[in-house]
Design a protein around this ligand. Structure first.
Ligand SMILES: Cc1cc2nc3c(=O)[nH]c(=O)nc-3n(C[C@H](O)[C@H](O)[C@H](O)COP(=O)(O)O)c2cc1C
Length: 496
C-alpha cells in the first residue's frame, strides 16, 4: 500500500507526504530518509539562505554543502558564497553569525544568488544517490523568497512543490516559466499600495541562457484548508495545481485563521467551528489527487483517509520528533521527556506569528513559547523573513514586522495593537535547529511548534522508548516496514 495510482493519471503517487517543516526541521536528511523509503520527503524552503550560510559558518561538517555547491551549474556563484560564509573548522560558539541580506522586492545580486544556490543545495542533497521523489515546501506569506527558491529547487530536479499559508494561485505559471529559464514576475502584496508591485527574476543573471536545457516542471500541490479555495484555484488552468493537501487547524506550524471574524479564548486561542472543516467530498469532485493533513498520523487514519478518496496523508509531528529531523537532540529530548510524562502541551497561539495566522506553540520554559523567556527577550527583527512591504510613497517601499520594536513599527505606519503578543519566529525557529544567533555572547532561545494531536507520537514512544527515526515512523504509519528500503545512513548530526 505504499504507492497508489493517481485518479488523474497512471503515475504512482506517494501514500505518505512528510510535510515541509520550517525552518530546517524538515532538512535534507529527513527528506532523504523518507524519499529513499519510497514516500515523498519534503525539505523546508523557509529561510534556506540563512540556514545554508550558517551551516557554512559552522564549518560545514561532513562537507555536504560544499559537495552540493560543487554540482551547481555556475561555479563562480558557488565560490562567491563560499568565500563570504565558509569558515573552515567553524566559528567560535560565542561569535555572532554573519547576516545574509534581507529579502526585498528588488534584491541585490548576491542575495538572489544565495537564495537560488541554497534551495539548490538542500534539494540536491535530499536527492543525492537515489531515485526517490523529493519536494520543497514554501509559504505564500514569504512571497519574496518564492521565485528564486523555486528556480534553485528546480535546478536540482525537485519533483514536487508544496505551497501553503496563503493563496498559491501564481505558482503553476511560475513553474512553467522557470522550467524554460524565462524571466518570471510575481505580483507582491504591498500594504497601502496605490499601484501594483512585482518581484522579478531573470534566470539569465545567474545561469546564463543556453547553459542548461529546459528543466523538469515539478508537480505543484496547494496546501489548503477549505473547499472554496479549491474551487477558486481550479477556475482557470493557469492557477490549477496538480493536487491538494487539505490541512486542518490541528496541524503543526501555521494554521489558516477561522473563517469570518476571529474570536479568541481567554487562553489566547482562536475558536474554530464546523465552517472551518473542509468538505472532502467537494474537494474530491475536482478530480485532482489529494492528501489530508493534521492529526492523520496513525495507520487507522491512513486507511480512513483513503476511504474518503484521498491518495494518502501528509504528516508532520511524528517526523519533527524523529531523530532524523533538524530539531536539535536537546530540544527533541525535552519534547520526548514531556511527552513521556504526559505534560507536553501545544497551544494554538492566535497572536504569536507576525503573519497574523494562528501558530502552534509549545509553551515550554526556556523557549520563547514560555511567557518568562518571551518577556525577557528584547524585540529585535534582523532576519526579517516575515516583514510585510508597505508603500512609503508611490513607487517607494518600506518593510515592517509586527514583532520588531513597537516604536519602529509604529514609525513605519503600523498599528500599535498589531504588535501585541507577536514573537520573533525567525530567530526562535533558527535556534530550534541548532543555529541560534548570538548577541553579546548570549544565544537566542528556541521556539518549538508541533501539531496538537499527539496520539501517534505517544504510540511511537511506547514502541520506541528511546526515540524513533523517520523509517520507524513510516513503518508504523504503513503498518509494516516501508518499501524500497535502502541502507540507512545516520546523517542527522551531519546536516547541522
Ligand atoms: C515543526 C513543524 C513545522 C512546520 N512547518 C511548516 C511549514 O513551514 N510549512 C508548512 O506548509 N507546514 C508546516 N508544518 C505543517 C506540516 O507540514 C504538516 O502538514 C502538519 O504538521 C500535519 O499535521 P500533524 O503534525 O498532525 O501530522 C509544520 C509542522 C510542524 C510539526
Amino acid at each position: 500500500m505504499a504507492q497508489t495510482p493517481s485518479p488523474a493519471t497512471d503515475e504512482k503517487l506517494p501514500t505518505v507526504i512528510q510535510g515541509g517543516m520550517g525552518a530546517a526541521v524538515s532538512n535534507w536528511v529527513l527528506a532523504k530518509q523518507v524519499s529513499q523509503a519510497g514516500q515523498l520527503g519534503v525539505v523546508s524552503g523557509v529561510a534556506l539562505d540563512t540556514v545554508v550560510a550558517r551551516r557554512l559558518q559552522d564549518g560545514d561538517p561532513g562537507g555536504h554543502i560544499r559537495r552540493a555547491f560543487a554540482a551547481f551549474p555556475v561555479q563562480e556563484v558557488a565560490e562567491r558564497a563560499l568565500e563570504k560564509f565558509f569558515r573552515p573548522g567553524g566559528r567560535e560558539r560565542d561569535q555572532a553569525y554573519v547576516p545574509v541580506p534581507n529579502l526585498t522586492i528588488s534584491p541585490v545580486a548576491r542575495s538572489r544568488e544565495l537564495q537560488i544556490l541554497s534551495a539548490f543545495a538542500e534539494v540536491w542533497l535530499a536527492k543525492e544517490g537515489h531515485d526517490g521523489v523529493v519536494g520543497i515546501n514554501m509559504l505564500e506569506k514569504i512571497q519574496l523568497a518564492i521565485v528564486p527558491g523555486l528556480y534553485g529547487a528546480m535546478l536540482a530536479g525537485v519533483d514536487y512543490v508544496l505551497v501553503g499559508a496563503g493563496i498559491p494561485s501564481k505558482i503553476p505559471r511560475l513553474l512553467d516559466q522557470l522550467a524554460r529559464h524565462e524571466q518570471s514576475d510575481m505580483e507582491i502584496h504591498v500594504d497601502g499600495a496605490t499601484q501594483t508591485y512585482a518581484t522579478s527574476l531573470d534566470p539569465d543573471l545567474v545561469v546564463p541562457r543556453g547553459t542548461l536545457p529546459p528543466l523538469k516542471r515539478p508537480k505543484m500541490l496547494a496546501i489548503i484548508s477549505s473547499h472554496p479555495l479549491a474551487a477558486y484555484l481550479t477556475k482557470e488552468t493557469i492557477t490549477t495545481p496538480d493536487g491538494f493537501v487539505v490541512e486542518g487547524h490541528v496541524a503543526g506550524g501555521h494554521n489558516t485563521p477561522p473563517r469570518g471574524r476571529m474570536t479568541i479564548t481567554d487562553e489566547g486561542e482562536p475558536v474554530y467551528g464546523t465552517r472551518d472543516e473542509a468538505d472532502l467530498a467537494k474537494i474530491a469532485k475536482y478530480g485532482l489527487p489529494f492528501w489530508v493533513a493534521g492529526a492523520y498520523a496513525t495507520p487507522e487514519h491512513v486507511a480512513e483517509a483513503r476511504a474518503m478518496g484521498a491518495v494518502g496523508v501528509q504528516v508532520g509531528t511524528i517526523f519533527a520528533l524523529s531523530s532524523d529531523s533538524g530539531t536539535t537532540p536537546e530540544n527533541r529530548q525535552k519534547l520526548l521527556d514531556a511527552l513521556a510524562e504526559d505534560r507536553l502541551q501545544v497551544k494554538t497561539d492566535a497572536l504569536a506569528s507576525p503573519t497574523g495566522f494562528p501558530f502552534k506553540v509549545v509553551p515550554m520554559d526556556g523557549t520563547i513559547g514560555g511567557d518568562e523567556t518571551y518577556a525577557a527577550r528584547g524585540r529585535i527583527c534582523d532576519l526579517a523573513y516575515l516583514r510585510t512591504p508597505f508603500e512609503r510613497s508611490p513607487g517607494k517601499l518600506g518593510y515592517r514586522c509586527p514583532s520588531e520594536p513597537e516604536d519602529d513599527y509604529v514609525r513605519k505606519g503600523g498599528e500599535l495593537e498589531n504588535t501585541v503578543g507577536r514573537k520573533c519566529l525567525c530567530n526562535g525557529l533558527m535556534a530550534t535547529v541548532g543555529m541560534p544567533q548570538v548577541r553579546a555572547g548570549i544565544e537566542e532561545d528556541a521556539l518549538l511548534t508541533l501539531g496538537s494531536d499527539l496520539t501517534a507520537a505517544k504510540e511511537l514512544l511506547r514502541r520506541h522508548p528511546n526515540g524513533w527515526n523517520a523509517r520507524q515512523a513510516l513503518d508504523y504509519l504503513l503498518g509494516g516496514p516501508a518499501l524500497e528500503q535502502a541502507p540507512r545512513q545516520d546523517l542527522a548530526l551531519a546536516a547541522r
